[in-house]
Design a protein. Structure first.
Length: 599
RNA sequence: GGCGAAGUAGCUCAAUGGUAGAGCAGUGGACUCAUAAGCCAUUGGUUGGCGGUUCAAAUCCGCCCUUCGCCA
């Protein structure tokens, strides 16, 4: 057992497809982090799943005349297909509609209740007598009391943009059957955030020095200016996790409260699926465990305030309910490296106007590593960034193909031709050879510092700079010239370059896993660097659900050893004839792809 | 209306009070192992505007302009 690292990834809403903005915002940075820590030999668990509850799913179900379950499953399998193709190494990607999640959510809810952090309050909500149920805000529309336009939702008017108080809406109608709803009293549980304000503030202050400023601003800054107020955590909704209290039938937990519990329940599920039901403690009650939460900026308050508040309020009670003899508190987030948003060709992404680049659609025409590359160098780590097809085309050809892919190809092709498929034997290396190797060796440390600080774009740009150093080295030694005069000198140059490439392979691996794996086989690697993603159907009393699992298998990174270091390349070792790692793109794709937008 | 962010080379961005930089694009050159890739050199800035603090400001403060986001 080594250092536990929990990589907790935002749960996609199972009511919309995933676009490049979602990928660069949370899923891809999570995988880069997870793969890096896997290479370090740490006990990584990367977890997430489909957020299958909540009104977006029921709204979509009503529109499609399907059940919420059918809707969530349709998107869920699409997510898994995308993540497999992209190579996102989720140890488990599951769903919130599982018995394990319901159990864990119940235990968490009851722990908070018993510890005195929940209270109940009455409020007025729209109720449909015809359907005998309360209607969520977006199911009720009427006339806006600000601008007088019809078609306003009861929580917001799309015409004037005002947020509305539901009960003031003029002439309300149900969107389902057009009937007139009435206001009824209803009671809900609230999370007592006022009571938790002090420990949450302390939690944030302890992490203030190394968290991203945007995250601190929206959490600690928010609390310091406005304080915290209680929030309802239940709703009158049939689709979700039922409130586990007698007399509360027909009410479910509010999705913002319940979905984050998935970070815990998915680890419990992973443990059960691996026949080691207590394994979850390693990540969740071991205070040495480091938990990273990879999310987009829209989720900052939930992950930096509310989820820590839930965990603090639960204390040791959850572990106790899980049957621990010596119950421990749950591990609080170590870092919440939230990203800003990615726009598209200068405009905000919009799924409904097809102003988006969809993940699965992209992978129909292009490979995963170029996507990972462009999304990493443009990752919105400090501010909103922009997806631009011209830039994708340029960077693919000028950077991935020309700098890195061509470096690999020119060196291996040359070596294969002149040394018969074996790494040349260099004998004594020259000063310049040693200097280059020292540069790359130092690169491990530099890139490591960036990755530990979750500065992924700086890390990748540094790796590219190192590849450029090898190109410079080749031009200064000129092995194609040396080979004619002094084959031993050429052997030194080429050995040095292959050694550098072999090291860079490991440095690039978290970012560009597919091509690095390919390069690894060219260089004679017998075992793969990383494991594989598989799917399984799981059955419980709620039905079946598909999970995606990461299987380390016989891969190098499965052994728990630190691979993030410059291992010596054995002279004379056999390697394979290389093929280009990346495809050069034709300029015409820019116009073609732009033509697809906005239809 | 309130709060926040951003404005730096043609483009994308870096530079947390100490000589304004990088990549791409542009221009010139030498080379040929390689996916016509790579390498060397080079052009290009009143850091949105005005004022202030300071020995020193892209950076801190005030006002204004522009763009974007969140909230009412």
């Amino acid at each position: 057992m080594t250092q536990p690292v929990l990589v907790a990834v935002a749960w996609p809403y199972a009511s919309a497809e995933i676009h490049v903005g979602n990928i660069t915002g949370s899923y891809l940075p999570a995988d880069i982090l997870a793969r890096y820590h896997r290479l370090r030999g740490r006990d990584v668990l990367m977890v997430s799943g489909s957020d299958s509850h909540g009104t977006p799913v029921t709204v979509r179900a009503d529109e499609d005349h399907a059940t919420p379950e059918e809707v969530y499953k349709r998107y869920h399998v699409g997510f898994i297909e995308l993540f497999q193709k992209l190579g996102l190494t989720y140890d488990i990607f599951t769903s919130t509609h599982t018995r394990t999640h319901f159990d864990v959510a119940n235990k968490l809810f009851l722990s908070l209740k018993e510890n005195g952090y929940l209270y109940t309050e009455e409020s007025k909500q729209w109720y449909s007598p015809a359907q005998e149920r309360f209607l969520p805000d977006r199911y009720v529309e009427g006339t806006c009391y600000f601008c007088g336009k019809t078609g306003a939702r009861s929580d917001q008017c799309d015409h004037c943009g005002h947020l509305l108080e539901a009960e003031k809406l003029i002439d309300p109608k149900s969107r389902i059957d057009g009937s007139t709803p009435e206001l009824r009293e209803t009671t809900h549980f609230y999370l007592d955030l006022e009571k938790l304000e002090e420990p949450v503030t302390e939690f944030l202050r302890e992490r203030q020095s190394y968290w991203r400023p945007n995250v601190i601003r929206q959490s600690l800054g928010q609390i310091e200016t406005s304080g915290l107020r209680g929030r309802p955590i239940t709703r009158d909704l049939y689709w979700g996790v039922p409130v586990p209290v007698e007399g509360w039938e027909g009410k479910c937990m509010y999705v913002w409260f319940e979905a984050v519990i998935g970070y815990l329940s998915s680890v419990v599920e992973w443990s059960r699926l691996h026949d080691d039901p207590e394994a979850w403690h390693h990540w969740w009650t071991n205070q040495k465990s480091r938990a990273y939460y990879c999310i987009g900026k829209d989720n900052i308050p939930f992950h930096a305030i509310i989820w820590p508040a839930e965990l603090i309020g639960v204390g040791e009670s959850f572990d106790e309910k899980m049957g621990a003899a010596d119950p421990q508190p749950l591990v609080l987030p170590y870092d919440v490296p939230a990203n800003e948003f990615m726009n598209l060709e200068g405009k905000k992404l919009s799924g409904s106007h097809n102003w988006a680049v969809w993940g699965l659609d992209f992978l129909e025409r292009y490979d995963p590593d170029p996507l990972r590359y462009i999304l990493t160098v443009n990752m919105p780590e400090t501010r909103d960034s922009d997806w631009d097809w011209e830039e994708f085309y340029q960077r693919n050809n000028n950077e991935l193909v020309a700098t890195w892919g061509n470096l690999v190809n020119r060196v291996l092709a040359f070596a294969f031709k002149h040394w018969d498929g074996a790494v040349p034997i260099p004998n004594e290396l020259r000063e310049g050879d040693l200097a280059l190797l020292q540069t790359i060796r130092t690169g491990f440390k530099t890139v490591e510092r960036y990755l530990e600080a979750v500065k992924l774009r700086a890390a990748l740009l540094e790796a590219m700079r190192l590849a450029g150093e090898v190109n410079k080295f080749l031009d200064s030694t000129g092995p194609w010239f040396e080979i004619k005069m002094d084959k031993d000198a050429a052997a030194k140059s080429i050995y040095t370059a292959i050694q550098a490439i072999d090291w860079l392979k490991m440095i690039f691996a978290p970012f560009l896993p597919h091509t690095c794996e390919k390069l690894h086989t060219y260089l004679g690697g017998a075992q793969p660097i990383f494991g594989q993603l598989v799917t399984r159907e799981i059955e419980d009393d709620l039905g079946t659900h598909t999970v995606m699992l990461y299987e380390p298998g016989e891969s190098l990174s499965a052994a728990g050893e630190d691979l993030w270091q410059p291992f010596e390349l054995v002279p004379g070792k056999a390697f394979k004839q290389p093929a280009p790692l990346f495809k050069k793109l034709d300029e015409s794709i820019v116009a073609e792809e732009r033509a697809r937008l906005g239809n």
